[in-house]
Design a protein around this ligand. Sequence first.
Ligand code: IVH
Length: 716
Amino acid sequence: MANLTEDLFERARSKATEAEKAAPAAQRPEFEQLAREVEYHERAYRDGAPEITDAAFDDLFERYQELADALGVPVSERLDRTPGADHTEGFVQVEHRVPMLSLEKLSPNRKDSKGEPMPIAAQLTNWYDRRLAELEKSADEVPLLVEPKIDGISVSLLYDRGKLVRAVTRGDGERGDDITRQVEAARAVPTKLHGKLGGMIEVRGELYWPNAAWAAWNDRLEAAGERRIANPRNGCAGLMKRKDPQGLEAAGVVSFLYQVPWAEGVTLPATQSGVLTWLAERGGSVYLSEIAVTSDALAAYAHCEAYAARRGALPYDIDGMVIKIDPLVFHDRLAGTGHHPHWAIAYKFPPERKVTRLSGITVQVGKSGKLTPVAELEPVFVAGTTVSRASLHNFVELERKDIRIGDRVFVEKAGEIIPQVVAVQLEERPPGTVRYARPEVCPACGANVVAEEIFVYCPSPVCPAQIRERLRHFASRGAMDIDGLGASTVDQVVEHLGVRSPADLFALDHAALAGLERMGEKSADNLVAALERAKGRGLARVLVGLAIRQVGSTMAEDLAKHFGSADALLQFARRYVARDPEAVALVAPDKGSGAIEGMGSKSADIIFGELASASIVEVFAGLAKAGVKLDAELAVTQAVAGVAGKTFVLTGTLPSLGRNEASDRIKAAGGKVSGSVSKNTDFLVAGDEAGSKLDKAQKLGVAIIDEAELLRMLAG
Ligand code: IVH
């Protein structure tokens, strides 16, 4: 979060061009559109699911600021970019003894006094010369240190007599959130420094998620039918803000320490390089082999460049290098601004960017009817994979960038994974291209589209593309988990068997299914059995399956638990949309939080609005008629002796079953699944890297079993 916010601040200072100052009013619509886009992408970023690169977001925000300046929008009315936005409710805020500042950056866009672009090496030489002049020293007396700049989240660690006593996020630089429990549970930093240490020190560093650990975590999420985490940095920030830190150890978050801003009763070496060695000797993670000391700015720059070339091969993400004055005695003398110190400067690597031709733009229709333009590209190799398609996000962005079919476009990857078209190479635009015209009708069903916020929707409830997407989602693992109902079977049942709603699926019989292409007798039997099993998954999974906006698996579980049944939930939704004061006060009170965690009045409006809609009510009626269980409690499909009536707790990663599946199977056999270990727990099912639940179960003498044992018990 830190790096993005900083960049926003830097961009926020940019000025409007003269032309814009001349014609402000005409720019109102663009400004308003941009505000919606910025808000949307900020939300996606905070939710850990960014859709565009940080650089693309910066461009967006820069343009927003330019227009805000041109239109004279008062600062108080602009989108709130106050630092400290990373404070999370429920976390104790702690004041930093020394503020956590940002770094000044060498910028590829800097111009000299004649308006000529200034090479980075020259900027670095200038910076160093200014420091030498300020200190009245020669280069030999002021060596520079070059360190990697890891792309993670900054953390301040307080050690008392060598023992970690507190970990705090950067927050707004003045105050951060106390994440001691999370950092400890994740085993991300040393909880004890080696050797005898009498006093107190603060160590600063970066928490980050190495690519391999992040990928492994994603594989597990996928196996459990959950959504992947798109970007390791945001993912790491999300993990460190988990209220329940149990199980964090399995994530493999690590640290990289880079500074000791103060020490009391501890004697430290006199240079930054000495401090890094000192930290390494005490068990801190610093990359000593990666640092270089030199008194030559050009050599420092060469080290940065050489590092940039190795970037893709490193096991972690670095976004650049930091060049620091090595002797600490000069740090106080150099001081700095309220934004950055003068004893360091950052060099940011440019993201890997390739050029290719945009051969077409197709439009996809999502399950909510959202139309998304997709770039069809001539295949190009970027950051490790060949890219031939990239989301263009929405039509507003496409129009703003004026991307045209036939253009040569720059392609980058967001968070190094999601391909993006970042800009058009305008000077290479072939003759005869035309501005892209957004669709006025849905490409799948021909209905007239409607615009809402920055998006365009197909409003038709009978649009076949939407029906297909919704059914695919309904059948997916995280939702109703209907084995054998993959994308192509869904397409076939829609096309040939007239399936339109989830309820229709449950009316499919062997004879109808066996007639489909590539569907043998056996597969048809299996699918009928899978549909039968899916009927018993319970209300929460049905809610996930219906893809109601703002209802992910946690919200679905909470709704199911609170209301107990679809009838009670739908009845409440009707009362809520009728603004029944009691209903509103329950879930969206004026003050404090409501009965359902994570639900504010905005999400309550959306969720209950959808649940009160005629189409959802109809879907639920159909499901009830088809015999789908719509209560929170799962149906006991077949009580299994030894499991029925017993309480299980799941912990760690199970080798083959996802958590959802294990839990469903226990419930189907008549067992209960609880989230925490107590004296009422009968069995703890422990997977790999089980954490504190395992310790507690051992203390309480609860029987501990592994997945194999659980499967044996379930088999009866
Ligand atoms: S020194 C006054 N050294 O980058 C700030 N920062 O853009 C002194 N970072 O907030 C920071 N690697 O979270 C420093 N080797 C390194 C770093 C580093 C990553 C982060 C840090 C800081 C941000 C500033």
